[in-house]
Design a protein around this ligand. Structure first.
Ligand code: ZN
Length: 453
């Protein structure tokens, strides 16, 4: 199969009726035919949309989801969550990270993500030594992506220090430890894995874990056009520590370096002042908003209205994977703002008053940019990454196409994604991943072992 007829297709300009999508053997769209007639034996679908990019993932954290929701003796915070995350992270084997990532990616595909930016920092073995194949852990995650059909931008993480001022890593951070030369060696080792479904970029972990000199060096050594991601200004404590260290706020410090451009994704960017909001928007970088994780960890609210008004680009990511659904990320992105501002219909612009449509298209474009791949639109030259919604679901019965995105994002909790194609290959049918039993069995075995620790 290399074409599909959509009664309603969500194209860059909006919904268009009677569209035939053609793709080639590489999974790239080669023709988007409007005013088409369905062929007698052609696959016909009602609502077809481009798949979403999940622009921020730490796959192994899927194993922790739901395990840190218990209050401690003292006030719980991001930093106590991080302690448990480290305990798990220290024990995961290459086989286990592949099983966890495959489970995660199959879930993400079922909910409408067709590509992921993997912010990968579990590099070394349990004792802190590199594996015989130094990129083994990253290769396992890429193998899970290819097993499930997920497109991936693998971002090996540069992680050298425990905090601002180049403080030495702690013993429980030994698996993450990398310097500039090591990270470039990992990237070199992964170059052979690049193909139509796989891109390789880099991610300095944060301004805490990488120095500005290192970031400058890595960016200079990276091949042109590759994505660069960083965690930034997620927690107020980090902002305070950065000011104490440098006299400047983290985003201010990064923007002042002159490094940030369209290749960059600033993950979280939660705590911004007005000048930083303008600065990030003007840089052309993408803000990587991870609403469900930010809510789970109590990070704070992104300044969405000012950022949108400044023309800022953004996408969404599931980060710690308390949710695997782009609908939930986008819904809570809007609801967080409504709660914060005591208003409604925040995420919109003059040319797009429908909040669901604005959010979906903005996150498609931002996610695609952050991935460094040709994604996010049903247009010639882009990947044939397509979602088919369940037109038999009561929510969509008799629905006009222009109301589909608002209904999908804001009404109910059923997963309306019925079928999913990545690079033209079907990976989800009737809401199930085609390899779901085998993936779930491997994940179950892995989790029984980890939970026994
Ligand atoms: Zn993260």
């Amino acid at each position: 199969m290399s074409s599909l007829f959509a009664r309603h297709a969500c194209l860059p300009q909006g919904w268009v009726s009677n569209v035939r999508l053609h793709w080639n053997a590489r999974g790239e769209l080669i023709q988007v035919e409007q005013h088409a007639q369905p062929g007698a034996h052609e696959k016909q679908e009602t609502f077809v949309l481009p798949g979403m990019t999940n622009l921020h993932s730490h796959a192994f954290q899927r194993a922790l989801a739901g395990m840190t929701e218990m209050a401690g003796e003292s006030k719980d915070s991001f930093w106590t969550w991080r302690e448990l995350m480290y305990r798990y992270a220290l024990h995961i084997t290459p086989e286990q990270i592949q099983a966890i990532a495959a489970q995660l990616y199959s879930e993400c595909l079922r909910h409408g993500y067709t590509s992921v930016c993997e912010f990968h920092y579990l590099h070394r073995d349990i004792n802190g030594r590199f594996y015989a194949r130094p990129a083994e852990m990253a290769e396992r995650v890429i193998a899970a992506a290819s097993q499930t059909g997920m497109g991936i931008s693998m971002l090996p993480v540069l992680y050298s220090y425990a905090d601002f001022g180049e403080q030495a890593l702690r013993y429980d951070q030994r698996r993450f430890s990398t310097g500039v030369d090591e990270i470039m060696q990992l990237i070199d080792a992964l170059e052979a894995a690049r193909n139509d479904q796989v891109e390789i970029g880099v991610a300095p972990h944060s301004l805490r874990a990488a120095s500005m000199a290192q970031i400058r060096e890595v960016q200079a050594a990276l091949p042109a056009g590759r994505p660069i991601h960083i965690h930034i200004a997620e927690q107020q404590k980090e902002v305070d520590a950065c000011i104490a260290f440098s006299g400047r706020r983290p985003v201010e410090l990064l923007l002042d370096s002159g490094l940030v451009d369209q290749r960059w994704c600033l993950v979280h960017a939660t705590h911004l002042n007005k000048a930083e909001v303008q600065g990030v928007a003007a840089s052309g970088a993408v803000a990587g908003i991870c609403t469900t994780t930010e809510g789970n960890l109590g990070d704070g609210f992104f300044d969405l209205p000012d950022y949108i008004a400044a023309g800022g680009r953004f996408g969404v990511g599931s980060d710690s994977h308390v949710s695997q659904s782009p609908v939930e990320e986008l819904r809570w992105l809007e609801y967080g703002q409504r709660l914060r501002l005591q208003g409604r219909n925040i995420a919109s612009v003059a040319g797009q008053r429908k909040v669901g449509d604005f959010l979906w298209h903005a996150a498609l474009q931002g996610g695609a940019q952050a991935s460094g791949r040709k994604l996010g639109q049903l247009a010639v030259g882009y990947r044939a990454d397509m979602l088919v919604l369940d037109d038999q679901h009561p929510n969509l019965a008799g629905m006009r196409s222009e109301d589909v995105l608002n209904t999908w994002i804001f009404a109910g909790n059923d997963n309306l994604v019925r079928d999913v194609y990545v690079g033209g290959s079907q990976v989800v049918q009737d809401g199930k991943h085609l390899q779901q039993p085998a993936i779930q069995a491997a994940y179950g075995a892995c989790m029984r072992a980890l939970r026994a620790l």
